[in-house]
Design a protein around this ligand. Structure first.
Ligand SMILES: [Zn+2]
Length: 350
């Protein structure tokens, strides 16, 4: 890198000189149900209990127009109970999802474990199931093989979720660039420099394309199970493909969590997509204590604002670009903000 002739990429922090109108957003036009947030160890670490006061978090969220928020932890048993206890007085506002122990997959009583766990969830007010990308991108079975998400051995999960009417929020894969070589052509190069462990361009792992095939076959083979595929249906870079899946599979929904950068950089495509699939999209942020980015989401959905930041920080975390508002009409906005989630989770919104 010839420094004397220019700047290092890390030093380059251009400031936009664009002068355009910007509508200020101080809250959402309608109530909001945030279907994707975290109040436990997944994002806060093992000492999560010391890291927040649920009363303060609930007050903050209410001031942002949120009426319910989910707590998506990939936990079960005593670990899940701990999380539930932490938010206990507010469990009519923070709705917890639980998980199952996938590593018991090859044990003869796996189906019993799933049945017992999910029946207990139904009884104790756990609202649904959360499955994380560690299944498709980390775990290995007894034979030492990675577990495809459409693996037949997972069937008891889909069956019992359908039977007990527990929706599943499932995170499969990650941004496409995380599966590509980390080189000068990678659009998430800077992000991957900061988090080298987020790269899944490694021999032996499923490719992004394989994961999308598995995702589609999981949804197709279990038409009675409600799947909320997190992060824009796993493929917000290709909303045409996500739309085709939504057309084919009425049991598939998506959340929009942590994909504002993607939706906002393709405003024309996004506006058509969010309008056409307004019954199938759920609002979510991936936020948690101390970090709420809701206002940016509202700005994206409700305004025609141009060229604004999708996240905080001097260098945008997910790529060096800005986003544009799509000004959805009220009908679509209401469904995406709360009506779809209220219907799926059986919640009343006043
Ligand atoms: Zn998440």
């Amino acid at each position: 890198m010839a420094k004397e002739n220019g700047l290092l990429l890390t030093e380059y922090k251009p400031r936009s000189e664009l002068v355009v109108e910007r509508e200020e957003i101080t809250g959402p036009k309608f109530p909001v149900i945030d279907i994707h947030a975290h109040f436990g160890p997944l994002t806060l670490g093992p000492d999560y209990e010391k890291r927040f006061d649920p009363k303060k978090e609930v007050e903050k969220l209410k001031s942002l127009g949120v009426v319910y928020i989910t707590n998506l932890e990939t936990l079960w048993g005593a670990e899940l109970e701990r999380v539930v206890n932490k938010i206990k007085p507010y469990d009519d506002f923070i709705l917890t999802f639980g998980s199952v122990d996938i590593l018991r997959l090859d044990e003869p009583d796996f189906a019993d474990h799933v049945e017992e766990t999910l029946k207990n969830y139904k009884k104790t007010g756990i609202r649904g199931l959360k499955l994380w990308k560690n299944i498709s991108l980390g775990m290995k079975d007894k034979a030492g093989k990675y577990i495809p998400i459409d693996d037949k051995r997972l069937k008891p999960i889909w069956d019992w979720s359908a039977e007990l009417d527990l929706p599943i929020v499932i995170h499969i894969a990650d941004p496409v660039a995380f599966f590509r070589p980390v080189d000068q052509y990678n659009e998430r190069w800077e992000e991957l420099q900061g988090h080298p462990d987020w790269s899944f361009c490694k021999p032996g792992l499923f490719t992004f394309e394989e994961l999308m095939e598995q995702q589609e076959s999981m949804v197709a083979q279990n038409p009675d199970t409600t799947f909320i595929i997190a992060h824009g249906g796993s493929y917000s870079e290709n909303l045409g493909w996500v739309g085709q899946c939504l057309d084919k599979y009425p049991n598939m929904y998506i959340d929009i969590a942590a994909r504002l950068a993607e939706f906002g950089r393709q405003p024309y495509t996004s506006r058509k997509f969010f309008t056409k699939y307004q019954d199938r999209i759920l609002f979510g942020t991936d936020c948690g204590p101390g970090w709420y980015e809701h206002l940016r989401y509202y700005e994206f959905f409700e305004t025609w604002n141009e060229y604004f930041d999708y996240g905080s920080g001097e260098i945008p975390g997910q790529g060096r670009w800005k986003i544009y508002g799509i000004h959805l009409d009220d009908e679509a906005l209401e469904k995406i903000y709360y009506k779809n989630a209220a219907r799926i989770l059986g919640l009343e919104v006043k």
